[in-house]
Write a protein that binds this ligand. Structure first.
Ligand SMILES: *[C@@H]1O[C@H](CO)[C@@H](O)[C@H](O)[C@H]1NC(C)=O
Ligand SMILES: *[C@@H]1O[C@H](CO)[C@@H](O)[C@H](O)[C@H]1NC(C)=O
Ligand SMILES: *[C@@H]1O[C@H](CO)[C@@H](O)[C@H](O)[C@H]1NC(C)=O
Ligand SMILES: *[C@@H]1O[C@H](CO)[C@@H](O)[C@H](O)[C@H]1NC(C)=O
Ligand SMILES: *[C@@H]1O[C@H](CO)[C@@H](O)[C@H](O)[C@H]1NC(C)=O
Ligand SMILES: *[C@@H]1O[C@H](CO)[C@@H](O)[C@H](O)[C@H]1NC(C)=O
Ligand SMILES: *[C@@H]1O[C@H](CO)[C@@H](O)[C@H](O)[C@H]1NC(C)=O
Ligand SMILES: *[C@@H]1O[C@H](CO)[C@@H](O)[C@H](O)[C@H]1NC(C)=O
Ligand SMILES: *[C@@H]1O[C@H](CO)[C@@H](O)[C@H](O)[C@H]1NC(C)=O
Ligand SMILES: *[C@@H]1O[C@H](CO)[C@@H](O)[C@H](O)[C@H]1NC(C)=O
Length: 360
């Protein structure tokens, strides 16, 4: 007899297939249908959450994230334990003010762990949608934890945990790629309309704000980036791509394998406004597209919460952020991705057959 979990997985896959077959369809109806299904089966999410908790993954995640925040504070000369401002998104991604403005007393972390540095994640698949990799994916990037290079802005550590929706287990040993726009909404490594100055081909040789790391035994990967800048017509986001199999080349790049997940993670709208008050985000010429108006966020939010949780490292967002999110992936899935360009020994080279090269 199939487990209830496999039924929900089958059902979501059926919705995904429906979406794939009708890319132009009314996503709101589809979203409502997905939401209704999840709402009718809340015990499924709880089951996965308690499985993770029982295995100790949940408490280790709490300790790890707290450690990150403390390390970042020490690096800035702030006392290790301080006042953290917690903000996160729960079920209704858009209707809620996610900054819960909870201030925690400096020396006590006695708040129930579930409600601080925790997250109510479950092994629900982050939905697939048309072109999740977008037109700015560059293949062949260096394996590294820190993608900031010499940029300055609001530092952001991202702690991403991957859970396999097939068994609710952490996804171990898979290489995860991250890429995102800089403070003024431009991606490195690609050149084209909609991505800064389309005449500036030197951007092909830039590699900033791209990073690749393998997941550990907790299914966790941590990278250091800046808070991304916005560009039209998208809500502020960071891309993730998960490789299965493959190998590390002598020059510290990654090759081979299959892509098992492609997705995007998002940020609270209020946080985006707040970051926009810091230089050089203040010089961003691009308009903000609201989270509420973003197609990709709408699809992902039908079954999951694709908005990262965060704390300020200091009293101000400008001191940096620790962000975290758990994402359910299907390790059996295989995606075709179209890189805009390749990072090679000769620098950045555009993909001659990328149908979207140069497109917004
Ligand atoms: C993801 O969605 C796209 C577009 O709907 C579809 O073409 C593709 O087959 C899907 N991929 C997977 C692995 O489900
Ligand atoms: C998780 O859900 C429980 C029950 O709904 C809630 O009390 C708790 O605050 C949530 N935890 C987080 C981190 O949101
Ligand atoms: C940042 O690094 C790049 C490449 O190494 C260099 O061309 C650029 O001048 C540097 N910018 C600053 C502000 O140091
Ligand atoms: C973002 O990258 C583009 C392309 O290299 C560059 O022109 C722009 O100055 C960068 N923004 C910042 C704040 O450095
Ligand atoms: C790019 O080059 C075209 C053609 O020379 C020119 O019309 C356009 O203004 C240039 N754009 C920028 C941003 O410099
Ligand atoms: C990138 O750098 C390489 C090596 O320095 C150089 O040969 C190539 O012309 C540069 N590419 C661009 C588009 O500037
Ligand atoms: C990638 O997927 C193909 C098709 O399922 C499979 O034959 C191959 O072994 C996979 N490669 C890796 C490295 O997992
Ligand atoms: C979050 O709440 C704190 C405390 O009220 C406030 O200082 C901060 O500006 C808020 N940040 C955002 C991004 O909403
Ligand atoms: C996971 O991927 C496999 C292979 O594409 C597919 O048969 C299965 O339905 C997928 N599961 C989910 C939950 O999408
Ligand atoms: C890394 O090595 C591969 C295989 O030799 C090569 O194709 C690629 O261009 C190299 N990348 C860099 C950045 O040196």
């Amino acid at each position: 007899m199939p487990s209830v979990l496999s039924i929900i997985i089958w059902t979501l896959a059926t919705f995904a297939a429906f979406a794939a077959a009708h890319p132009g369809d009314d996503h709101e109806a589809e979203a409502a249908e997905r939401r209704a299904f999840i709402e009718r089966n809340p015990h499924l999410q709880k089951r996965c959450a308690s499985t993770l908790k029982a295995r100790g993954h949940a408490s280790r995640a709490v300790a790890r994230r707290r450690g990150l925040a403390e390390d970042m504070r020490r690096a800035r000369g702030l006392p290790a334990e301080g006042k953290y401002i917690k903000a996160r998104d729960l079920a209704s991604v858009l209707a809620t003010d996610h900054n819960q403005t909870s201030s925690y007393p400096s020396t006590t972390f006695e708040t129930p762990q579930d409600s601080f540095f925790g997250d109510n994640s479950s092994c629900i698949l982050q939905p697939n949608f048309t072109l999740p990799e977008g037109p700015y994916y560059v293949s062949g990037e260096l394996i590294r934890k820190n993608g900031i290079e010499n940029l300055t802005g609001v530092n952001m550590i991202m702690d991403l945990q991957l859970i396999d929706v097939n068994n609710c287990e952490p996804v171990k040993g898979m290489y995860v790629e991250f890429w995102q726009a800089n403070q003024t909404g431009v991606y490195s490594g690609t050149v084209g309309n909609g991505n800064g100055n389309a005449n500036d081909t030197s951007n092909l040789n830039n590699t900033w704000l791209r990073a690749i790391q393998p997941t550990d035994d907790e299914g966790v990967v941590q990278v250091e980036l800046l808070f991304p800048g916005h560009y039209a017509p998208r809500a502020t986001h960071t891309h993730i791509l998960v490789h299965q199999g493959g190998y590390v080349l002598p020059n510290n790049t990654f090759a081979g394998g299959n892509v098992s997940h492609v997705g995007q993670v998002f940020f609270d709208q209020d946080l985006i406004y707040e970051i926009d008050t810091f230089y050089p985000y203040t010089t961003n010429p691009n308009a903000i597209l609201l989270n509420a108006d973003d197609y990709a966020l709408a699809i992902e939010a039908t079954t999951t919460d694709p908005v990262v949780n965060y704390v300020y490292v200091g009293d101000s967002a400008g001191d940096g952020l620790v962000t975290w999110i758990t994402v359910g992936i299907n390790t059996s899935a295989i995606y075709d991705v179209d890189p805009a360009a390749f990072w090679t020994a000769d620098g950045g080279v555009e993909n001659p057959i990328q149908p979207l090269a140069g497109g917004g």
